[in-house]
Design a protein around this ligand. Structure first.
Ligand code: NAD
Length: 473
């Protein structure tokens, strides 16, 4: 059988590259496919194509662009059976979660396009009229990570396109294949040049941030790379939206329904093997329920099935790549060596091929440890004890991150008071991780800059323009 050929989408056509990247299946650690590694010349042509098609794409208006995006979303759905196993093979997550990610992208795209960006009249007098309008930026570069390759790439692309921009998108080199397939699907739908998808390494991302033909970078990834993107974009004052890492705290008060809260907290912390920017990563539990909460969480962890994402009934696949597996393994080794720390369940990588780490619950750990200070981005949850709510809030806020935070209590007034004092882009009460495309999403502090989704997100992919009219010439 001929191996599947994966191609970039440049100016509406498929293209390969002399350079290739080996794509690894994280459930066994072996290369299972090759994908093209875009050259600088290919990026130049993609940007040129995006610039050329920019005028006609913009003139379609919101209604015209919505029609294209609805067709695109329908085509994603039509191809879901082909895309799902590929996403699982390159990313590692169980098949049902891959399917859910693609379906959510397909459903969220037309939902985003329900929103209307209206011009506003800021002032109207007999002598003068002032209007505020929003115009597309031109070409948006979309750079995405490996934890939710399709969910993130498709939504950022859809938002930029709906706003009237053309797009050059680059997936992570760890998970390029499904996004290249999405580019192939887009080829058959959008006008040539409106949607370009190129696979490549970190250099390709850097070239995009430096490229004079790209007007904005819509970046999702780590804080470290986000800072580089911003520094590089400064040379041409490119616009940036940065959706970066998190170390989300959750504060649990003693009046919760223990079993129910534990269930929700567990799956929120561990879904996708903890590789979600806004997963719960530091769990502060009141001393009155500290031990029972740990027991509930550990019991769920012990029942969870870890394995190859293609096996039926698997809850957690492997970590996505060797780099992340090494980071999590080293965090666990450091944690195990700390005196007095209790590894309640899990605690070490599984002794098998692939990048498997079981869900790990850690108790009695101090706040100034690596596991608590750093974003683990893996299936490891430190459970921290508190007795005083003010102290818990101060400890929750004692981080450079500010993506999400949650409070769990049956007293909504008390929970709201606490939520008001937590530093985060999203604060939840009695849930975490819940989001939808009509709600702005993003972080404060070092978790990011700007917002995605909602009217706020769409407007971030646009430039404000003020029209001031003196009525008498
Ligand atoms: P990463 O920053 O290493 O890579 C992200 C993307 O940036 C990749 O496509 C990579 O090739 C590219 N890149 C690397 N160097 C670059 C450079 N100098 N210039 C431009 N692009 C460059 O992140 P990752 O390891 O792929 O993803 C994990 C991180 O992403 C975690 O910190 C996670 O919290 C974060 N994340 C944030 C969100 C959010 O919406 N806030 C969502 C998902 C993941």
């Amino acid at each position: 059988m001929k191996p599947e050929a994966y191609t970039h989408t440049i100016n509406g056509a498929g293209e390969s590259s002399p350079g290739q990247i080996g794509v690894i299946d994280p459930s066994c650690g072996s290369v299972f496919a090759q994908c093209p590694d875009a050259s600088r010349e290919q990026l130049d042509r993609a940007v040129e194509a995006a610039r050329t098609s920019s005028g006609s794409w913009r003139r379609l208006g919101f209604d015209g662009r919505r029609a294209y995006l609805e067709k695109f979303a329908a085509a994603l759905r039509d191809n879901i059976e082909e895309l799902t196993p590929l996403l699982t093979q390159e990313q590692g997550k169980p098949l049902d979660q891959s399917r859910a990610e693609i379906l959510r992208a397909a459903e969220s795209t037309p939902r985003l396009c329900e929103l209307a960006v209206e011009d506003e009249v800021l002032k109207e007098t007999p002598a003068e009229r002032v209007e505020l309008r929003h115009r597309p930026l031109g070409v948006v570069g979309v750079i995405s990570p490996w934890n939710a390759p399709i969910g993130l790439a498709v939504l950022r692309m859809a938002q930029a396109l709906y706003a009237g921009n053309t797009v050059v998108a680059k997936p992570s080199p760890y998970t390029p294949l499904t996004t290249l397939k999405v580019g192939e699907i887009a080829r058959g739908i959008f006008p040539a040049g409106a949607v370009n998808v190129l696979a490549g390494g970190d250099d390709l991302g850097r070239w995009m941030t430096e490229h004079p033909g790209i007007d904005k970078i819509s970046f999702t990834g780590s804080v470290r790379t986000g800072k580089r993107v911003m520094a590089s974009a400064a040379a041409s004052l490119k616009r940036v939206t940065l959706e970066l890492g998190g170390n989300d705290p959750a504060i649990v008060l003693p009046d919760v329904d223990l079993k129910q809260a534990a269930q929700q907290i567990f799956w929120t912390a561990f879904r996708n093997s903890g590789q979600i920017c806004m997963a719960i990563k530091r769990l502060f539990v009141h001393e009155a329920i500290y031990e029972p909460m740990i027991e509930e969480l550990a019991a769920i962890a012990r029942r969870a099935k870890v394995g190859n994402g293609t096996e039926p009934g698997v809850d957690f696949g492997p970590l996505q790549n060797k780099m992340q597996f090494d980071i999590v393994s080293s965090l666990l080794a450091d944690t195990r060596a700390l005196p007095g720390v209790r590894i309640v369940t899990g605690g070490a990588p599984l002794d098998r091929p692939g990048y498997f780490v079981p869900p790990t619950i850690v108790a009695d750990i101090a706040d100034d440890t690596r596991l608590v200070r750093e974003e683990p981005f893996g299936p490891v949850l430190p459970v921290l004890k508190f007795s005083d709510v003010d102290d818990a809030i101060a400890r929750a806020n004692d981080t450079r991150y500010g993506l999400g935070a949650s409070v769990w209590s049956s007293d909504l007034d008390v929970a709201r008071d606490i939520a008001d004092r937590l530093e985060a882009g999203t604060t939840w009460i009695n849930c975490h991780l819940v989001s939808d495309v009509h709600t702005p999403f993003g972080g404060c502090k070092e978790s990011g800059l700007g917002r995605a989704n909602s009217l706020f997100g769409i407007k971030e992919d646009m430039e404000m323009n003020v029209l001031r009219i003196r009525k008498a010439a």
